[in-house]
Write a protein that binds this ligand. Structure first.
Ligand SMILES: *[C@@H]1O[C@H](CO)[C@@H](O)[C@H](O)[C@H]1NC(C)=O
Ligand SMILES: *[C@@H]1O[C@H](CO)[C@@H](O)[C@H](O)[C@H]1NC(C)=O
Ligand SMILES: *[C@@H]1O[C@H](CO)[C@@H](O)[C@H](O)[C@H]1NC(C)=O
Ligand SMILES: *[C@@H]1O[C@H](CO)[C@@H](O)[C@H](O)[C@H]1NC(C)=O
Length: 458
């Protein structure tokens, strides 16, 4: 059977096609007329793609969003058939085929208030031997949903991030007390072992979500860079000793403090070669990732969190926070979060009230809606496969007024090329892409105010 599978992979190529999602949502991953081979007179816009060996950049892990307690609460409002439908729409090849996901380890600011604060060692008294360790009913639920996700897409890469350490591990400054650092390490090992025992191998974890953010001790932990170094240098060997292959990724916070992950890479470099970034910086400049890579050759980078807030969110926010990192060497990008409530009533009181999901669930009617973010993320995740290479390209341009065209381009393992075009201009009826390696030119229409994906077979 192995031979047959290989055969199939080599000879079945992606189909020449074009799909668009428009800002007015008239088109939602809608198939347009196919791009046409050959050049066009007076192109409305031109892109150039280096589909050569030299044009290969970083490898793609995938695109996705985050599992939170809020997401699971909302999904559990649905009837069982609709729960399965949602999972298919998110993770199967017929859906948007998300292949890189994050999940919260214990409570987060997207834990519903009625859960109460919780962790995997939820005692008020210090428990340095972790005798009270338990995933708890909330943690078991998350495991169940993640397992159901794997039924739809068995190759999803999973990142785990803790919000708060168990309260008893922390002191008055909301930092992990030095005497409990080893307990913290064992706590993380136990979490990964518990997941492994359930059939989930967590691909990577960060030491702390937003380590420089300490607004509410219930769901944050302050982890200065020096502590992150200490914890990483303790956790790395502990993972090896436990034969866990989970990677440790540094930082998991905003792009404006690169000195933090720099210090972790320098002082805990035996155990970490990857940095996770968030987007919460005024006028974010994703070129910061390319600059960081220049200063840290060989580093891998991910955009692991940028929020969705459907009530007042621009159509292009998600396409921008995926395109920017991918143009600057990120291996993947994650939206915050996967699922939410249409009534915005599933967050922690001091947490992200306006946060929404790719899927929004209405509790009263038990209906779910796929949001604009579901479709625009799908413009990437449905077509760019795990293991694809991002390619060099040129022709992206943003005018002073914010309009313009920004593209990211990829070479899939089957040899097909995928170009994701974020068009903030009007209709571009004669869009042209020149593939410099293969010497091919294609043209076709790109709708105004859209995210449009061209798939060109190899
Ligand atoms: C892309 O192709 C152009 C034209 O062949 C070439 O000038 C440029 O150096 C290439 N860039 C990369 C990074 O391969
Ligand atoms: C965790 O402990 C808190 C405070 O004691 C309690 O309110 C909550 O119900 C506990 N949660 C779980 C899942 O045990
Ligand atoms: C973004 O940062 C790069 C590199 O530091 C710089 O060249 C570029 O001008 C910046 N872009 C904006 C819009 O500030
Ligand atoms: C929505 O936008 C597309 C592309 O810009 C356009 O072709 C279509 O007519 C628009 N639909 C409506 C209802 O305005």
């Amino acid at each position: 059977m192995q031979v047959f599978v290989v055969f199939w992979a080599v000879f079945v190529n992606a189909e020449l096609s074009s799909f668009a999602t428009t800002k007015n949502l008239t088109f939602q991953l809608h198939r347009l007329s196919d791009p046409v081979s050959g050049s066009v007179a007076n192109p409305s816009w031109e892109l150039f793609v280096n589909d050569t060996a030299e044009g290969k950049r970083q490898q793609v892990t995938g695109f996705g969003a985050a599992w939170t307690d809020a997401t699971i609460t909302a999904f559990e409002w649905l009837d069982p058939d609709d729960q399965t439908n949602v999972l298919q729409e998110l993770f199967s090849k017929d859906g948007i085929h998300l292949s890189f996901m994050r999940h919260t380890i214990g409570m987060s600011d997207l834990t519903p208030a009625w859960y109460g604060p919780w962790s995997f060692d939820n005692t008020s008294q210090p428990d340095p031997n972790l005798d009270q360790f338990s995933l708890t009913e909330h943690g078991e639920k998350m495991v169940d949903w993640i397992l159901r996700m794997y039924q739809q897409n068995p190759v999803v890469k999973l990142l785990g991030s803790p919000w708060s350490a168990p309260q008893w591990m922390k002191g008055k400054t909301n930092e992990i007390l030095p005497q409990y650092e080893d307990a913290w390490v064992n706590y993380m090992v136990k979490y990964l072992q518990a997941y492994h025992a359930k059939g989930i191998d967590v691909t990577a974890m960060t030491i702390q979500n937003e380590p420089l953010h300490s607004s509410d001790p219930e769901w944050t932990t302050a982890v200065p860079a020096a502590t992150a170094v200490t914890l990483t240098n303790k956790l790395g060997p502990a993972l090896k000793a436990a034969k866990l292959s989970t990677e440790i990724w540094a930082y998991d916070h905003n792009t404006d403090q690169p000195a933090y992950p720099s210090q972790v890479l320098q002082q805990a470099g035996d155990f970490v070669d990857t940095v996770a970034w968030h987007c919460y910086v005024d006028k974010i400049n994703w070129t910061d990732l390319a600059v960081f890579r220049e200063n840290h050759p060989g580093v891998k980078q991910y955009m692991t969190e940028c929020w969705l807030h459907l009530q007042d969110e621009g159509f292009f926010e998600l396409p921008d926070f995926v395109t920017g990192p991918m143009q600057n060497y990120a291996n993947g990008a994650l939206a915050w979060t996967l699922g939410g409530s249409t009534k915005y009533d599933v967050s922690w009181p001091s947490g992200c009230g306006p946060c929404s999901g790719l899927i929004q669930v209405d509790k009263a009617s038990k209906h779910y809606a796929k949001t604009q973010d579901y479709y625009t993320l799908g413009q990437f995740s449905k077509f760019v496969e795990q293991g694809a290479f991002a390619l060099f390209g040129s022709g992206s341009y943003t005018y002073g007024d914010g309009t313009g065209v920004q593209a990211s381009q990829y070479l899939n393992p089957d040899g097909s090329r995928v170009v994701v075009i974020v068009n903030k201009l009007g209709d571009l009826p004669r869009f042209q892409i020149t593939f410099r390696g293969s010497n091919q030119i294609y043209h076709g229409p790109v709708p105004g105010l859209s995210v449009t994906t061209w798939i060109i077979p190899g």
